[in-house]
Design a protein around this ligand. Structure first.
Ligand SMILES: *Cc1c(COP(=O)(O)O)cnc(C)c1O
Length: 367
């Protein structure tokens, strides 16, 4: 049986991207596999990353970390989105390091008295997670029941390497690390870089870089940093689906809900077996699919399970043919970057939003 749609993951591309990133960063590499590995599959990518030389894995949720451990991941894992009330005991049992960014969470961890491994998260200017207003009080806490492994922060504008905020954040980071040193806490692992900083800001590599999007072969920001190709990265995900129907229609046919589009001439339409339930954005102005060496643009609105493309009057496509929705662009197909642009979002969201109904297929070769 064949699927009606697939996200094909080139495991060789993941491995190649890891090698490239390791060569660039010259420090330890944490492969970030949160959110089902940005839609690529948590367990498979976690295991491939470990095998391909990643030193750490990073996840948002504790459940994600536990799933990785349950499937045999041995390298250190850090989970960074654990509000008070999280199962910190389970984190310890599964040997998962946890991020701490509030005194409330710190107390819960400390009270376990198990010497839990923690990474202290600092707000150095992004104004999201991390210690800010509680910092002075945090420094007065009793650290004797935890093991402080790391201290970290996150850049807000690493994809704009010339921005002053990057320097400001790094300076603030160093000064907060000194605050810790002053109370005798010297974490072995300081980390602040995401993909963009890893590629463009070598001063910020420190003891570990946390890399997500670049490992999947996508550029953190096509406009400011260039596309995958210019960064030497290989996009790992190719999304494809079948035309569940190909039909001839006459000029003047209204297409889809709301009749928002009309065929200008007699043409051939292809009905693609994927929709917004699968992560195809409902409004995608200027995206489409690739088939027979050509791009075929979307016509009309995307429905829940399907959308329509204009194959053109001379199309030789048939019902049941595969179309590529996005890929690495090497044949002329649309990329996740193109789809992001067409849908007022970013490549990160395009790959991450691909829904659970879409099987992920893994293969070590380039599609
Ligand atoms: C998601 C995330 C990363 C990875 O960011 P990329 O831009 O995908 O490299 C790194 N650190 C933290 C804290 C994150 O939440």
């Amino acid at each position: 049986m064949e699927h009606r749609a697939e996200a094909r993951i080139d495991t060789g591309a993941i491995a190649a991207n890891i090698s490239l990133i390791k060569a660039v960063c010259e420090t330890r590499l944490m492969a970030v596999v949160k959110a089902d590995a940005y839609g690529h599959g948590l367990i498979q990518i976690g295991l491939i990353a470990e095998k391909s030389g990643a030193d750490w894995l990073g996840v948002a949720l504790l459940e994600e970390g536990i799933a990785l451990r349950t499937h045999g991941v041995r390298i250190p894992i850090l989970a960074w989105l654990l509000p008070p009330g999280s199962d910190f005991k389970a984190a310890h049992t599964h040997d998962i390091d946890v991020s701490v960014s509030s005194i409330a969470a710190f107390h819960e961890i400390s009270e376990l008295k198990v010497n839990a491994r923690i990474h202290i998260e600092l707000d150095t200017g992004m104004t999201r997670g991390g210690f800010l207003d509680e910092w002075g009080e945090f420094l007065l806490q009793d650290f004797s029941h935890v093991e402080v492994i790391g201290v970290f922060s996150h850049f807000a504008r690493a994809d704009e390497p010339g921005e002053r905020q990057n320097t400001n954040q790094l300076n603030r980071f160093n000064s907060m690390v000194e605050d810790l040193a002053a109370i005798g806490i010297m974490p072995a692992i300081k980390h602040i870089s995401n993909s963009a900083a890893t590629m463009k800001n070598h001063n910020a590599a420190l003891d570990l870089v946390r890399v997500g999007i670049a490992m999947y072969g996508l550029s953190p920001d096509v406009n400011t940093l260039g596309d995958s190709k210019s960064l030497g990265l290989k996009p790992a995900m190719q999304l494809r689906a079948k035309l569940h129907l190909v039909k001839k229609v006459s000029a003047g046919s209204f297409v889809g809900y709301g009749g928002t589009a009309k065929t200008e001439i007699d043409t051939t339409l292809g009905i693609v077996a994927m929709g917004y339930a699968d992560g195809i954005p409902r409004i995608s102005q200027g995206a489409g699919v690739f088939i027979d060496g050509k791009r075929a643009p979307i016509i009309g609105r995307v429905s829940m399970d399907q959308f329509v493309v204009d194959l053109g009057p001379d199309s030789t496509c048939s019902t049941g043919d595969w179309v590529v929705i996005f890929g690495d662009g090497s044949q002329g197909e649309y990329t996740a970057d193109d789809w992001g642009q067409a849908s007022s979002t970013i490549n990160y969201e395009m790959v991450t939003r691909i829904g659970p109904r879409v099987p992920r297929i893994y293969a070590p070769h380039v599609y």
